[in-house]
Each structure stands twice: as structure tokens, then as C-alpha cells.
Unconditional design. Structure first.
Length: 386
């Protein structure tokens, strides 16, 4: 493998998971630019891409069976750039959402390939390590996008969409350094075989994680400005700390797993719950900063663990399809996150953002306690935690 293969694969991961949330720091300014717009419609700027990502993850799998993955990837990156940049040139929320949909189509083509290509070129421990680095790269992309977007949004909300120019850099690396992965002769046949039941359990777990995780990008800008902690630039910096935690998690995944062993999931869920408690009770900015970092570390460890399990649960020729299933749940969770959490606030009689974070923390704390009980009662270590 060439020396530039790893940087090229990691560069693709820079523009995937946080793609919809890249302009999150600008939400407050966009709300001001379009007065009278329903707040839920404003949040769709971040979450609408997910509804187009979902079908296009499966289209990515189908296209990859009949054309080179590299070609599918470049088509996806072209849609990513066009849909991302286009949002900065619109004069209505409606047209802005049209371009966000185009962005979602591009990310849908990219997302399954960003992880299935790792399975194509890496095996065993090298794959696990690389998957952790992919998670770190996801979060590095989040830092770059959120900090840059927050700074640009302080000039104009339109400028914040310039963060999607990062796609040009990724396209260049793919064109120059990504070789064609080996294709198995039975690929189409394998893709038609039934996927294991375990995969759907992993996909459901990823969905629930994303419902909780996306409460940060969809609410944090409004939370910080509403509590007088700062403006768009502050929001961008604070949300980037979520990604800092994720980078640390990705780079230390193997070491942390060796230390915590069968208690890893319990501890990580507890860390996430603590982060939400700190945010929900904050009277100043510092607890918010710490809480966001803890949440980033917890989710940044849990998500790569699930992705490794996905690649191990299917045949190599099924990885694109398997990743499409899991990716669809990632983005369905992103899309439904504000809907589910806002509905919980309505049902429980408290629609404040502080309550959203408090409720999310309580649910995750309950899951941590439940998983601890399951671990203690088990006669042998739980496989999914190893």
C-alpha cells in the first residue's frame, strides 16, 4: 500500500459524520436573518441532510457493485461541495433546505465507502486501529468545520457555508492516491445474501447514540446564546471541544479498551451522562466546556466500537451494504433527534434546552446502570465490549 493511502482514507472521514452540523454555530445568525421562521424549520438546516443521506447510502452500495468505488466516491464529493457551498447563496429558507438535501445526497454516497474501504485494505488489529483513527478523523473534521464556521458566521452567516470547500482537498487526494480496492468474484452474490441479525442490533444501538449525540449541534448554539455565555464564535469553539474529546477517544481506543475491558461500555455511558448533567446545570460557561468534552470522548469511543463489530459480523463483500444499514441509522438518528427530544419536552411539560440535556443525561445514566447490572450478572465477559 502507498504511503498516501492512509491519509487519503482519513481525509474522506473528515467530511462525513458532522457534515450536516458544520454550520451549527451559524444557526443563531440564520434565525435572525429569517425572522418569524419556525425554530424546528431552522433545526432542519442541520438535520434535513440526514433524510437524503439514508436512501443514498443504499444507492452507494448498489453503485459500488457495478462501478469502481473511487468513481462513486468522487460523485459523492462533487454533490457534497455543490450542496454545501450553495447554501450560502440563497435568499429563502426553502432554497437553503434544497441545497441541504443535495448535500445529503453526496454524503450518502460517501459515508459507507469511508468505512468499507478500511475493510478493503486492512485486516485484524490493523483494521481496529484504523477504525479508531477514522473516528478521530471524523472528529478532527468536526473541529475544523465548527471553529471555522463559527468564525465565518461572526462575519456573515453566508460565509459559514464556505467550510464545505474542504471537499476540494479531499477530492484531490482521492484522484491522486486512492487505488482500486480488490474486488471479489462473488461480490454481487454475497451482497444478495441475508445480513446477520446482529447487524441490525448494532444499527439500532447506533441510532440511539445519534439521537442523544445530535442534541449538541442542534441545540448548543441556541443554548449558549440564550444563556448569555457568548455568540456564534463561542458556540463554534465549544462545539469543537466535542470533537476534541472524540479525537482523544479515537487515538486511545485500544488502550482504554485494555484497561476497562468488560466495563468499557458501562464507564463510557457514565462519562456521557455526566457530561449532560454538567451542561444542564451550568450557570457559567466552564461546566458546558467540560461537559461537551466528556460527551465527545464517550461517543467517540462507543461509535468506533460499533463499527468494528459491524465489519466483523459480515463477509468482506457485504461491508458496503452493512455500512449502508448502519449509516442510515446514524443519519436517521440525526434527523429524528430534535423531533424525539422536543417531543419528550412537550410530554414532560418542560421544553427548555436545559431540560433536554437533563433528560438525555438521565436516560443515558439509566442505560449505564442497566449495562453494569448486565455485566455483573453475566457468567462471562460480554462479547460486544471486547
Amino acid at each position: 500500500m502507498g504511503k498516501m493511502l492512509k491519509p487519503t482514507l482519513l481525509s474522506v472521514s473528515l467530511i462525513t459524520v458532522m457534515s450536516g452540523a458544520a454550520v451549527a454555530p451559524a444557526l443563531g445568525n440564520i434565525t435572525t436573518a429569517f425572522p418569524g421562521t419556525n425554530p424546528t424549520l431552522i433545526k432542519l438546516i442541520l438535520t434535513l441532510p440526514a433524510m437524503f443521506i439514508i436512501p443514498f447510502t443504499f444507492i452507494s452500495g448498489k453503485l459500488s457493485a457495478v462501478m469502481p468505488k473511487r468513481t462513486v466516491l468522487l460523485i459523492g464529493i462533487a454533490l457534497y461541495i455543490a450542496g454545501g457551498l450553495g447554501g450560502g447563496f440563497v435568499n429563502s429558507i426553502g432554497m437553503l433546505l434544497v441545497f441541504r438535501a443535495l448535500l445529503g445526497m453526496g454524503v450518502g454516497l460517501i459515508m459507507p465507502l469511508s468505512t468499507s474501504l478500511v475493510a478493503d485494505f486492512y485486516e485484524g488489529d490493523a483494521r481496529t486501529k484504523m477504525m479508531g483513527q477514522v473516528g478521530a478523523s471524523n472528529n478532527l473534521g468536526g473541529i475544523i468545520a465548527l471553529v471555522l464556521s463559527g468564525w465565518l458566521a461572526s462575519i456573515s452567516w453566508r460565509f459559514s457555508f464556505g467550510v464545505y470547500l474542504l471537499g476540494l482537498f479531499v477530492a484531490l487526494l482521492v484522484l491522486l492516491f486512492l487505488p482500486a480496492p480488490p474486488r471479489a468474484g462473488q461480490e454481487v452474490k454475497k451482497m444478495k445474501e441475508k445480513l446477520p441479525e446482529k447487524l441490525y442490533g448494532l444499527a439500532a444501538a447506533m441510532f440511539l447514540l445519534m439521537v442523544a449525540f445530535y442534541s449538541i449541534p442542534t441545540n448548543m448554539s441556541l443554548f449558549i446564546e440564550g444563556n448569555g455565555f457568548g455568540g456564534a464564535e463561542t458556540s463554534g469553539i465549544v462545539m469543537s471541544l466535542n470533537s476534541v474529546g472524540g479525537i482523544i477517544a479515537g487515538l486511545t481506543l485500544s488502550r482504554v479498551k485494555n484497561i476497562l475491558q468488560k466495563y468499557m461500555i458501562t464507564v463510557l455511558l457514565g462519562v456521557v451522562a455526566l457530561g449532560y448533567v454538567l451542561i444542564s446545570t451550568a450557570q457559567v460557561l466552564l461546566p458546558v466546556v467540560v461537559g461537551v468534552g466528556l460527551i465527545g470522548f464517550g461517543f467517540g469511543s462507543l461509535m468506533p466500537l460499533i463499527l468494528v463489530q459491524v465489519t466483523q459480523s459480515v463477509e468482506r463483500e457485504q461491508t458496503v451494504t452493512a455500512m449502508a444499514v448502519v449509516s442510515s441509522m446514524i443519519y436517521l438518528g440525526q434527523f429524528l433527534s430534535p423531533v424525539i427530544l422536543d417531543a419528550a419536552g412537550v410530554i414532560l411539560g418542560n421544553e427548555t434546552i436545559s431540560f433536554t440535556y437533563r433528560f438525555t443525561g438521565a436516560v443515558i445514566a439509566a442505560l449505564s446502570i442497566g449495562w453494569l447490572a448486565k455485566t455483573i450478572l453475566a457468567r462471562k465477559p460480554v462479547r460486544s465490549e471486547s
